[in-house]
Design a protein around this ligand. Structure first.
Ligand code: FES
Length: 282
């Protein structure tokens, strides 16, 4: 990840934030029209990107290597993640599934929190009108169950966690949102030149890795058994080594060296005035 590319990503992200901020002054009809144009353009680009990826992956010798090389670029990676071509992990998708049903739950006096995802089980806490044995509670909790199972193929069971048994609750709704899915991360100065810096955003446990100052952000979850990577080390050749069973990764792309084809879940970042911003992809 070179600094010129990061600068490019910064500029693009800022321009997007500014354009979206201007929509606030529009009336409802104008906002809907602008959103429809934006959605149509995004769908157009998404279709083109899918075709490019398909041809590279299936039809051109050496295409998959080109694709991997391209996907290591932060701007291209952001684009592929945003278009849903690179997949985010089950926890991120479970969060999004719950966000999609939250307005309905809230309108009926209920709410839900994601506690954790351990495929095939998602652990949730039901609150307000979602909690209990009434017909309406059962209807609302069934809505949560369907949303999760439909959106996250790795999840086939939902377990409801009671208050007194709640393990390490993933908090939702923290206040570090910068708009357009970007959140405050740590300061660059907090990250060792060759090291791992754990932090949390929106209740999600993440790490920043640095290879001689080249930064990347991943979910704090080893692709082997899902253990935390915050005590992993980064070697001088840019290898990230999981402390649990020694799986090795490229610390800038998340690609697993021990088990090719496996990778850490990566999140786009940008740096502004010495501070890292992370985009929770949608
Ligand atoms: S959990 Fe990381 S190597 Fe096993």
């Amino acid at each position: 990840m070179d600094s010129a590319t990061l600068d490019g990503l910064d500029g693009l992200a800022r321009a997007l934030d500014e354009a979206l901020a201007r929509l606030v002054d529009f009336d409802t009809e104008e906002r809907e029209a602008a959103s429809a144009v934006k959605d149509a353009i995004e769908e157009f680009y998404r279709a083109g990107l899918r075709q490019i990826v398909k041809v590279l992956r299936d039809e051109i010798p050496g295409g998959p290597d080109v694709l991997r090389h391209l996907a290591a670029d932060p701007v291209v990676r952001t684009l592929l993640l945003s278009a849903g071509i690179l997949k985010t992990g089950p926890t991120e998708r479970a969060h999004r599934a719950l966000e999609s049903v939250r307005p309905y739950l809230n309108s009926h006096g209920g709410d839900v929190e994601l506690v954790k995802v351990e495929p095939p089980v998602a652990f949730v806490r039901l609150m307000g009108a979602c909690n209990g044995c009434s017909m309406s509670a059962l209807t609302l909790s069934e809505g949560v169950r369907s949303a999760l199972i439909e959106a996250v193929e790795e999840i086939t069971e939902i377990e409801v966690v009671k208050d007194d048994a709640a393990p390490s609750l993933i908090q939702l709704g923290a206040t570090r949102h910068l708009g357009s899915g970007w959140y405050h991360g740590p300061a660059v100065a907090e990250v060792a030149r060759f090291g791992v810096h754990p932090f949390a955003v929106e209740g999600q446990s993440l790490i920043i890795t640095s290879v001689d100052g080249k930064l990347a952000c991943f979910r704090n979850e080893c692709a082997h058994m899902g253990m935390e990577l915050d005590r992993a080390r980064v070697e001088s050749d840019g290898t990230l080594i999981c402390p649990w069973h020694g799986f090795r990764y490229d610390a800038t792309t998340g690609e697993c060296i021990t088990a090719p084809g496996v990778e850490l879940e990566q999140f786009p970042i940008r740096v502004e005035e010495g501070h890292i911003k992370v985009k929770l992809t949608s």
